[in-house]
Each structure stands twice: as structure tokens, then as C-alpha cells.
Design a protein around this ligand. Structure first.
Ligand code: SAM
Length: 335
């Protein structure tokens, strides 16, 4: 529902803001994050006049409004309701459905009103994004959404399908082991964050999603507002065609080749041979143990036989002594 600027300004302090947004007149929203000092890491095009831009998972809209400020015609998307998140079945959301609804809907609306923005909001899950549902855009921006998805690769495939020139994708990445294509699963601990890829893994995911050119933009720690902690992020620009590449853009084949050695430390036949060798070693150990047990058994039985022989010998000795005593008594009967 449309509201006047004074009405909207009155609401600002009461709303849950994800972003710190400068609304003018010295009013800055009380965001969980302040992206303004980090903006250069994203490599947003300076001039977006005449371009259409899709901002997926826009939250309170900092990037939508920034992209619009650079001249773009912006469409933002968000989840309709909080429960639409990929939450683990055991996860207790930190917001009630009503609070979540407010978080997703109101801050964007209020900021849009105050800034006089023309950005259009579409309520749609990233898994449902396609040329048929939202259309195709010159630039697609997707910031810090993949970390919240159980299937980030599917989401990247959808992003590729609706990108005409370039996708700008940021997500939480591992700070170390950047050359190895691995991802750490954290869903069992958090219930709302899922995969943390290395840089190599993130780039290869973009390749797998169908992008032909990848440009690594930056990696940096995105701190919470006024706190020296926050998730480590990577930003890449991905191109669905060879148009618009910069000298830093690498072809998908170069990206694959760059990470081949670090990732494929063993070829698949080597891996299989290793597995077979390990299984054989396990079988050898089992057979060895069984043989040892059998040998111990045989030794025990041998000992028992020796003991039995001793017993028989002793018995025989006793019988002989008793016989001699008997004969003695027969020969020398007591009168
Ligand atoms: C961490 S915030 C990032 C906000 C903004 N894109 C940025 O970079 O600052 C993640 C946003 O993604 C949205 N989101 C989470 N799962 C989503 C999904 N399956 N489809 C679309 N948006 C989703 C959340 O509602 C949330 O607003």
C-alpha cells in the first residue's frame, strides 16, 4: 500500500533492517550489515543505464537501490514467507512467521518509498526462477543467498538461464584451500546455512551451471556492522556467452584446467585401484586373524593331549604300583 514519505520515515526505526541504507536527510537504517565499505569488492558496473538487472534475494534492498542509482531498471526478488527458506527439519526459526513476513516485505517497501525507487519486487523462490517466470536480464545480482540453499548448484543453473550478459554472484566461501574444489557441509550445525565452497569449488560450480566465462572479483571478510567478525565471502562475475569479457575473464576450460591438478590429486582409475587395494588389505587382515585363531586352537589341543598322556601315564604307574603291592601280599601273606 502506498504511504507518504513522512509516514514511511516514521516506520524506519521500528523495522528489522538487514542492510544499512542511506535514506537521505541523515537517516541511515539500523542494518545487521553495512555493505557500503565493501561495495568495491562486488565490482558492480559503474554505468548501468539502459540495462535491466535482477537482484535475487534482495532483503531490504541495498543492492537493488544501488544498482538503480547506477542507471539500471531493477527487478528485485524475495521469498514470500519466512518458512519458504531451506530450513533443516529440526531447525527452530529465529522469527515467527509473522515477524519473518514483516522482515521480508516491509523494509524494502519503506526504503523504496522514501528513496522514490522504481524497483519492482517479485515474490518468488530462486528455485522457481526461469525465463518463463521472471524473464531474462542483462545483469543478474545474487548476493549471499547460495549459503542458505540446500541446492546452490540448481540455483546457479537458474541464474545462468536468466542472465543475458553477466551474473554477479557472492557467497560465503572458505578462506583456505582455495585451489581445491571442495565444499564443507554445515547444515547439521546451523539448520539454515548449508554449503561453504572453496574458491575453486565456487568457480567450478559456475562452470557446471553453464557459464562459459568466469572472472574472480574478490574475496573478503564481510563484517557485521560495528563488529570485527563476519562471514568470509567470494565474488565472481560469470558470463553465459563470450560477449563483454574483460582481460581477467577466463574461459571455462581454463578454469577447469587451473584446478585440475589440485582437485584431481588421483585419477579415477587410481582411486578405484586404491579402493581395491584397501579392500584386499582388509580381507588379508581378516584371513590372517582367522588363521592365527585356528593355530592357537591347535596348540591348545596339543597341550591338552600332552596333559591327557601324562594323566594316563600317571594312572598306569599307579596301577603298576598297586599290582606289585598285591603280588607282594600274595607272596608274603601275613600269617
Ligand atoms: C543473507 S541475505 C542477502 C541479502 C542481499 N542479497 C545481500 O547480498 O546483501 C539472503 C537473502 O536471501 C533470501 N533467500 C533465502 N533463500 C532464498 C530462496 N530459496 N529463494 C530466494 N531468496 C532466498 C533471504 O530471504 C534473504 O533475504
Amino acid at each position: 500500500m502506498a504511504m507518504s514519505r513522512p509516514e514511511a520515515l516514521q516506520q524506519v526505526a521500528t523495522l528489522p533492517w538487514y542492510h544499512s541504507i542511506d535514506l537521505g536527510d541523515s537517516v541511515v537504517t539500523n542494518g545487521q550489515y553495512d555493505h557500503r565499505p565493501y561495495l568495491s569488492h562486488y565490482g558492480l558496473p559503474v554505468d548501468l543505464h539502459g540495462k535491466t538487472v535482477l537482484d535475487i534475494g534482495a532483503a531490504s534492498g541495498f543492492f537493488s537501490f544501488e544498482l538503480e542509482r547506477r542507471g539500471a531498471q531493477v527487478t528485485a526478488t524475495e521469498l514470500t514467507q519466512w518458512q519458504d527458506h531451506d530450513f533443516a527439519p529440526t531447525y527452530q526459526p529465529d522469527q515467527t512467521p509473522e515477524e519473518g513476513y514483516r522482515y521480508l516485505h516491509q523494509p524494502f517497501d519503506v526504503a523504496k518509498q522514501i528513496l522514490g525507487s522504481q524497483a519492482q519486487m517479485k515474490w518468488i523462490n530462486i528455485y522457481d526462477i526461469s525465463p518463463e517466470t521472471v524473464g531474462v536480464f542483462d545483469v543478474v545480482f545474487c548476493g549471499s543467498v547460495l549459503i542458505h540453499l540446500t541446492d546452490p548448484l540448481k540455483a546457479l543453473c537458474n541464474i545462468a538461464r536468466v542472465t543475458r550478459e553477466k551474473a554477479i554472484v557472492a557467497t560465503v566461501i572458505q578462506q583456505h584451500e582455495s585451489e581445491r574444489s571442495i565444499a564443507t557441509m554445515v547444515g547439521h550445525e546451523s539448520g539454515y546455512c548449508w554449503w561453504i565452497p572453496t574458491r575453486a569449488c565456487f568457480e567450478l560450480m559456475a562452470v557446471a551451471a553453464g557459464f562459459v566465462g568466469i572472472e574472480w572479483m574478490s574475496d573478503f571478510q564481510l563484517n557485521y556492522r560495528d563488529q570485527p567478525t563476519g562471514p568470509y565471502h567470494g565474488v565472481l562475475h560469470a558470463y553465459p556467452t563470450t560477449d563483454g569479457w574483460t582481460e581477467r575473464t577466463r574461459h571455462r576450460d581454463q578454469v577447469c584446467a587451473a584446478y585440475h591438478d589440485a582437485t584431481n590429486e588421483q585419477s579415477i582409475p587410481e582411486m578405484l585401484a586404491n579402493v581395491r587395494r584397501q579392500e584386499q588389505e582388509k580381507a588379508n587382515v581378516t584371513v590372517g586373524r582367522a588363521l592365527q585363531a585356528a593355530l592357537i586352537n591347535v596348540r591348545q589341543q596339543e597341550q591338552e593331549i600332552v596333559q591327557l598322556k601324562d594323566l594316563v601315564a600317571a594312572y598306569e604307574r599307579g596301577r603298576f604300583i598297586r599290582l606289585m603291592r598285591f603280588l607282594n601280599r600274595v607272596r608274603h601273606p601275613r600269617s
